[in-house]
Write a protein that binds this ligand. Sequence first.
Ligand code: WTA
Length: 633
Amino acid sequence: MNTTQISSLEEYQKLYKESVDSPEKFWKKEAQQFIWFEDFKDVCQWNFNEPNVKWFLEGKTNITYNCLDRHVLERGDQTAILWEPNDESQSVRSFTYDELLDEVCKCANGLKSLGVVKGDRVILYMPMVPELAIAVLACARIGAVHSVVFAGFSAQALADRVDDASAKLIICSDYNNRGAKTIPVKQVVDDAMDLGCNSVESVLVHKNSSNEVNWSDDTDRWWHDVVNDQSPFCPAEEMDSEDMLFILYTSGSTGKPKGVVHTCGGYMVYTCFSFRNVFQYKEGDVYWCTADIGWITGHSYIVYGPLLAGATTMMFEGVPTYPDAGRFWKICEKHKVNQFYTAPTAIRALMAKGDDFPEQYDLSKIKVLGSVGEPINEEAWRWYDEKIGKGKAPIVDTWWQTETGGIMITPLPGITDTKPTFASYPLPGIQPVLVNAEGEILEENDVEGLLCIKHPWPSVLRTTYGDHQRWKDVYFSMFNGMYFTGDGARRDSEGRIRVIGRVDDVINVSGHRMGTAEVENAINEHPAVIESAVVGFPHPIKGQGIYAYVILQGTGDDNIRKEILDVVTKEIGPIAKPDLIQFVDGLPKTRSGKIMRRILRKIACGDVDKLGDVSTLLNPDVVSNIKLDALKL
Ligand code: WTA
């Protein structure tokens, strides 16, 4: 028994129609493929105006029971997780479904021994080691709410998230092996503890290197001491469909990152359904998603979706360019990867290293290629198609968001057509619409508009943690009765959708979401900075780069530039460092004092001749200076 796997265009069209005509009937059938400790009653209760969304009401289940226990009888000896180390000379690690269940139960019992109970929040700050996936599942096993923080975030960013979630426990590694570097991880946690984290009772440290770490006997516990001798049996906590499964922090238009909340039942049904269809996973295949579990892609399509579907999912500890730019392709050959899922930024970076790298390896096992996280440009799409897929592996350009929990718009490989740069078609159950600025639905083809979704799907976010009003304001207040994605899109003459990019103050740098306000707040921490404004600009590898306009007390030089970069690294992490910093005397403002980002964006994009009318600004004269100085950068 498993969720439906669509196998033909006719079936897709038929199912899509059914899912729109009677969504409840459609999702009830899919949800019934899972093990429920108690059956759900209503399929869905919703109202996007209030708003309120609930799925599979009063159903009781545990997602790990469906990821692990359910598979043990049928495929206990099959590899569940296959792990490729950063350092090629180290051995590959793998866990069968049997072994993974044991490890998850041991870790779950370890968490219990540290006093973690259902509903407690646990922060995970770890590199891509199998223990990260194990810890995620161990939390879910006992009903603790996991919140994975990408290990590239700074101590301050980590402390902010720990405090927002009032987490009881942090699970981390001692070090992170990344390319030629060994990056301290536990040290960042120590620093975060000095900055806040008052709710934290213990820090569980997984040993991942032979290096020493600082130790605090009050809080710190080694994973091997706490977990290794635990019993491999741990009952799966009975969870209500709408109990919280995890919080994942992501950037929005306003300052503070928000904690996107996903719940147990709907997320389970949707990630499994979407995984099976988008990747057309077949028994025996090896599936590899190169994302980090610190992002939603890793949650849904390294851990939960593949394991729910009984797949073999691969995790890679390292980076695409170590020891050289052939590493991804070498791994594809070594593990006979059948489905490969990565981000356009990685494709562009590897494309720039030349065709010699992929040509050295046997990529013939690849059946499906995936892209996620940002718009893929046509040149990268074609290279991916020709050099990696050899024209035989359909590309699934998957559009979705942290908030949507799973893939929403995508081609289905071998089933629907593909067109470069188009995410194309909605999955069954997904009802995207394009609207104009007034919120009127644009029914015709060949139009551009704002992308909204007009009916809930099982894995839509249920709230923003600790701030329910923000959930309503950000997603449901813009247009009446619809979920607003924050993206602009176009629909071609045949109905395919192409997602163009964010229309709000969020920029997408190497597939990482960054709020401009968040970066500005970090820059403003520098004592010499009076005010700053951050916008995105086109970047050949990263998709978008970060352009910062900064007003200083005194004059700016390269030294101050470096100091500003250091402040941003300290406040957020290296991923938020501006690519360009321009010192300015003033920022263009409206008469009500709002920064005119539209003008700054145009200048950053090099469109200095297309600024339009600036005469209504409070300070039109600053624009000409900014334009002149921009040309010197
Ligand atoms: C962008 C990542 C174009 C989009 C799963 C969205 C895309 C944001 C695509 C969410 C795609 C993601 N084509 N744009 N295939 N996939 N995006 O939350 O702007 O990290 O709103 O989720 O990435 O980023 P997030």
